[in-house]
Write a protein that binds this ligand. Structure first.
Ligand SMILES: Nc1ncnc2c1ncn2[C@@H]1O[C@H](COP(=O)(O)OP(=O)(O)O)[C@@H](O)[C@H]1O
Ligand SMILES: Nc1ccn([C@@H]2O[C@H](COP(=O)(O)O)[C@@H](O)[C@H]2O)c(=O)n1
Length: 209
C-alpha cells in the first residue's frame, strides 16, 4: 500500500443478480492483488441471531434498515486511515451473521460493492468513483433464482415470494433511483469486457501516478 496517499473508494451498486460481485472480481483480477480489496456490503447485514428463524424470514433484506451501516462506515474509515479491520461474515442459509470474521488489510483501492451503496448519502460521501451495474429485471430474477437455489439454500417458492414482497419494491424504491448518482452505468455486468477493461485501466493509471 502507498502509505502517503488516501485510498480510492469505488462504489459498485446495482440490483441483486445484476453482476456486481462478478464485475468487482473481474476488475480486481486486472490489478495488483496487494493494492485492491473488495468490501461487500452483504457482510454488514445486521446480526439477527437474537431473532427466531420465522422472524428472520420476515425481514426486508433490501431495505437500508437491514444493514449495520454504522459498522460498515466505522470499518471503512479505519481502512481509509490505513488500519486493518476484522470484517464480519454473513451466512445466507441461517439468515444471520456468522461467528467468523475476516482480517482485512488496507489497500490503495477499495471496491465497496452492494445493492445500496449509492443509495445511502452517508456512504456516498466516502465514494470517489461511482459505478452502477445494470441488468433487466427478468435477467436479474432468473440469475437470483439459480443462485439462491444452488448457493443460498432457498426453495423456488421462497425466492418468488420474497422477490414480489420485498426485493422488487425495494429495488424500485432505493436501488434504481440511485443510478442517477453513477459516474458510469455498466450494462451486461461481468460480460462487459469493454467497461471492465476501461475501469481497470483507469484504476491502474491512478495507482501508477
Ligand atoms: N453476465 C452474466 N451472464 C450470466 N450469468 C451471470 C452473469 N453475471 C453474473 N452471472 C451469474 O449470476 C449470479 C449473480 O451474479 P453476481 O455477480 O453474484 O450478482 P450480484 O452480486 O449483483 O448479486 C451469479 O451466479 C453469477 O455467476
Ligand atoms: N438473509 C438474507 C440477506 C440478504 N438477502 C438478499 O441478498 C441480496 C443482496 O445480495 P446480492 O449479492 O444479491 O446483491 C438482497 O437482494 C437480499 O434480498 C437474502 O435473500 N437473505
Amino acid at each position: 500500500m502507498n502509505q502517503g496517499k488516501k485510498p480510492l473508494v469505488i462504489g459498485l451498486a446495482g440490483g441483486s443478480g445484476s453482476g456486481k460481485t462478478t464485475v468487482a472480481k473481474e476488475i480486481s483480477k486486472r490489478l495488483p492483488q496487494d493494492r485492491i480489496l473488495i468490501l461487500p456490503e452483504d457482510a454488514y447485514y445486521n446480526d439477527n441471531s437474537a431473532l427466531t428463524m420465522e422472524e428472520r424470514k420476515k425481514v426486508n433484506y433490501d431495505h437500508p434498515s437491514a444493514y449495520d451501516t454504522d459498522l460498515l462506515i466505522e470499518q471503512l474509515k479505519a481502512l481509509l486511515a490505513g488500519e486493518a479491520v476484522e470484517m464480519p461474515t454473513y451466512n445466507f442459509s441461517i439468515l444471520s451473521r456468522a461467528k467468523d470474521t475476516i482480517h482485512v488489510e488496507p489497500a490503495d483501492i477499495i471496491i465497496l460493492e452492494g445493492i445500496l451503496v449509492l443509495s445511502s448519502p452517508e456512504l456516498r460521501q466516502f465514494i470517489d468513483i461511482k459505478l452502477f451495474v445494470d441488468a433487466d429485471d427478468d435477467i436479474r430474477f432468473i440469475r437470483r433464482l439459480q443462485r439462491d437455489t444452488q448457493e443460498r439454500g432457498r426453495s423456488i417458492d421462497w425466492i418468488i415470494a420474497q422477490y414480489l414482497a420485498t426485493v422488487k419494491p425495494s429495488y424500485n424504491q432505493f436501488v434504481e433511483p440511485s443510478k442517477k448518482y453513477a459516474d458510469i452505468i455498466i450494462p451486461q455486468g461481468g460480460e462487459n469486457q469493454v467497461a471492465i477493461d476501461m475501469v481497470s485501466s483507469k484504476l491502474l493509471s491512478i495507482l501508477n501516478s
